[in-house]
Design a binder for this molecule. Sequence first.
Ligand code: NAP
Length: 286
Amino acid sequence: MARTISIVGAGRVGKTLGKRLRQLGWRIGAVVTRSAATSRAAVQAIGAGLARSGITIDAASADVILLTTPDDKLAGVARALAEVGGKGWRGKIVLHTSGTLDRSVLAPLARLGAATGSLHPMQTFSGTVTPKLSGVIFAVEGDPKARRAAQNIARALGGVPVVIEGRDKPVYHATAVLVAGSGFPLIESAVRMLVRIGFTRRRAMQTLLPLTRQMLDNVERLGPRTAWTGPLSRGDYAVIATHAGALKRHPREVQEAYAALAHLAARVLSKRPASAAKQLKRALKV
Ligand SMILES: NC(=O)c1ccc[n+]([C@@H]2O[C@H](COP(=O)([O-])OP(=O)(O)OC[C@H]3O[C@@H](n4cnc5c(N)ncnc54)[C@H](OP(=O)(O)O)[C@@H]3O)[C@@H](O)[C@H]2O)c1
């Protein structure tokens, strides 16, 4: 059954999900951003919708209203929507896509009778590359009607809905930042370090990416504990001490990240964490 969805905050996530839902037969209602230019561009990217710069009553005239603004804008957007929609919110479904916040940020709309919840795809949306959604976990939370709608949307997009308690969302989302979010600064730092010893950026990427991809393949096949390689996995503290010395010529944050991640590895991957941590401390001091 074709349904109508408004997208409030049509940035990277909003445009991607909006486009996919349109392709799946959903009717697109209002497409809201902060300026005429960005809302027009979003309508073009989605392939349908009414471009709106700012919150108007049009945002409320859909079965489902998907809020894909940044997290820190959600409370204000919910208040603004409540003001323009009034009693018209009764029976509507409002979902946001924050990984950390739960439905409580949508309380002004719930008080007016909307079913509220959240739907978070555990995927990275760059705005340029269209990410894979098939098989992706969507954390779903909300009151029963909103949760059902979020589960249906997740399944329609090819994802796997997983119901989560609102209070668990910060930890759930922190795992994404720990794993994928940390990958960006780590890769950029490693690229810069290679550039400092004469590599071009292109050659630096070519150096690091096959290694990173194979690491992920091995983790998928074997799990991180079995797939683990590197000097610490071999107990080669002399190599670690040499690295620590070489890193002194690089930014302090790189030295700290190397040390923090080595300590984390000792704790979660080593067979003898206490002894590994002690030897590591000595090696990193050299
Ligand atoms: N990016 C990811 O990888 C990812 C993955 C999963 C979940 N999420 C979550 O999805 C949400 C959106 O993230 P995003 O990366 O897509 O953000 P984004 O690319 O920065 O897009 C945010 C959009 O919200 C619009 N906006 C900001 N304030 C607004 C307001 N007051 N009223 C109406 N529109 C407003 C912006 O308008 P302009 O275009 O005019 O600036 C922009 O279109 C966040 O909750 C984020 O945590 C993100």
